[in-house]
Design a protein around this ligand. Structure first.
Ligand code: ZN
Length: 239
């Protein structure tokens, strides 16, 4: 089974660019408004009305993925309906332009595959903005080579932090009081430790589905500076 002639496989670089260019998200949201016949003239500050539910007080927002910031994955989030627990790629409230279009098309009974959604976004982009410019290979930065000393240090820190956490009732209690994470959760899912390039540290929880497939990683800032947590959709990791 191959792709029909009109549907060429989308290469990873193009997928990455669809996710990283705000204009594709704008197109996906506009298409979702049309497909789902929602009003799109409501906005308050940075919030926009959600195409997926009757949204009188705009509860949707477009933002750059916290974790993938350097690579620029744009996400749409609705704090109201969580996209009605829609299925394609299980966005559960947050997803990229491709997910937005796929969920909207699925809601009206005409589900688009990942490839079809990409094709449709590229076609809309072409109509609106012209061809997607070719990637200038020569100006791409060479992949960063991790400093082995830094890498070893970070790995040791992570391992030490994990051991410390699992061995320390006091630390687990602190996680419970500041992050609402129970020991049973830590026991069930395991608990990790991660570090962003910026040097910020996070407690890191893999969340699995019934079939033990990794769905999402939940990150909690380490320390008491902020109580924010982030859900990091695995879909973005497949770049
Ligand atoms: Zn919504």
């Amino acid at each position: 089974m191959g792709f029909p002639e009109t549907l060429q496989p989308i290469d990873n670089e193009t997928v990455k660019r669809i996710k990283a260019d705000h204009r594709f998200m704008d197109l996906a949201i506009a298409e979702a408004y049309l497909l789902l016949q929602r009003r799109q003239d409501l906005s308050q500050g940075d919030n926009i009305s959600c195409p997926f539910h009757r949204d009188e007080s705009p509860s949707g927002s477009i933002h750059q993925d916290t974790i993938m910031k350097g690579q620029g994955c744009w996400l749409f989030t609705c704090h109201g309906c969580k996209w009605n627990n829609s299925t394609p790629q299980r966005p559960k409230g947050s997803g990229d332009a491709i997910a937005v279009l796929r969920v909207a098309s699925a809601h009206i009974g005409q589900p688009l595959s990942f490839q079809e959604a990409c094709q449709q976004l590229l076609e809309s982009f072409k109509q609106r903005h012209g061809n997607l410019p070719a990637v200038a290979q020569s100006i791409q930065a060479p992949p960063a080579t991790p400093d082995p000393t830094e890498l070893a240090k970070a790995t040791n820190e992570m391992a030490a932090a994990q051991k410390l956490l699992m061995d320390s009732q006091e630390l687990l209690n602190q996680l419970w009081t500041t992050r609402a994470i129970r020991q049973t959760t830590a026991d069930r899912f395991g608990v990790g430790y991660t570090r962003e390039e910026t040097g910020d540290n996070y407690w890191c929880f893999p969340i699995l589905d019934e079939a033990n497939q990794l769905m999402v990683v939940k990150l909690h800032a380490h320390g008491d500076a902020t109580r924010k947590s982030w859900w990091y959709p695995i879909e973005c990791e497949s770049w």
